[in-house]
Design a protein around this ligand. Structure first.
Ligand code: F6R
Length: 261
């Protein structure tokens, strides 16, 4: 795990956008893993700006999103497919037929989970995965107690997630209580994972995920086992980290990060 701390949410998001651009430049046919959520909106804005400036070309890239609500049509404005169209796919030159989001309206949910996991594997695996973190430590919708060996599956959302996300629906009752999500193992199988967390509300859960023991009750802590995981934070989200000086020392002294300092 590498921990990179930037002064504010804007510069943290910019660093994530630059990492994404660099990955696509190095491998134009990149398989991207994508996240939704409020934290990511600013990252996608920055990626779109870079695309307009000719710095990111998505023409050969493909993507898999982490999750989707069960029971929402892709055309529903609250679906994650609609979110992705709005914040990224409609604004860059990605071939939409190569973008994948789990089908929340699938009749056979188990079969859809298997189809999705198989499609990720058939693509050769996810090269570069973007992640956010929930207030309960979830990555994707891997709620507390999700197994670290889980593959794409259907999850019942827990109270903390419902409380935060129902505010985004016109009426809280409209928020589905179930979702399809890549599993913890699916995420651990990605070649590089980049998690972005910003704001003071994430400080406590970030400290637990990064420096606490690995435990299924905070599924983001499984990222400690990921072979190439970068955690990008703003000052506010990094506030409770105990080894802060060491993380800064690594970032400021390693050649790999010279171009991002
Ligand atoms: C979204 C996802 C979630 C979010 C997390 C943080 O696809 O997988 O894990 O990344 O809930 O959401 P925000 O950014 O809204 O705090």
């Amino acid at each position: 795990m590498e921990i990179i701390i930037r002064k504010d949410a804007d510069s943290a998001a910019y660093l994530v956008a630059k990492l994404t651009a660099k990955a696509i430049k190095a491998k134009p046919a990149l398989t991207l893993g994508l996240a939704t959520g409020r934290t990511m909106e600013i990252v996608y804005d920055k990626i779109v700006e870079m695309h307009k400036a000719g710095k990111i070309d998505f023409s050969k890239a493909s993507s898999f999103n982490l999750d989707e609500y069960i029971g929402l049509e892709p055309t529903d404005e609250n679906s994650y497919r609609a979110y992705m169209n709005k914040f990224l796919f409609d604004r860059v030159n990605i071939d939409k037929s190569k973008t994948n989001v789990p089908l929340g309206m699938a009749k056979d949910v188990q079969a859809e989970c298997k189809r999705y996991e198989d499609a990720i594997n058939a693509s050769g695996g996810i090269d570069f995965q973007l992640l956010g973190i929930g207030m309960n430590g979830h990555i994707g919708f891997n709620e507390p107690m999700s197994s670290f060996s889980s593959l794409t599956s259907a999850k019942l959302l827990n109270e903390a997630t419902i409380k935060v996300n129902e505010k985004l629906f016109p009426n809280p009752e409209m928020m589905p209580r179930r979702a399809i999500t890549m599993g913890v193992k699916t995420i651990l199988n990605t070649k590089r994972a980049v998690l972005l967390a910003t704001g003071e509300s994430k400080a406590e859960i970030i400290a637990q995920a990064v420096e606490g023991p690995m435990r299924a009750s905070c599924t983001a802590s499984a990222l400690q086992m990921h072979p190439d995981c970068i955690i990008v934070l703003d000052e506010a989200a990094a506030k409770n980290l105990k080894m802060r000086d060491y993380y800064d020392f690594i970032f400021n002294s390693s050649d790999e990060w010279a171009e991002f300092r």
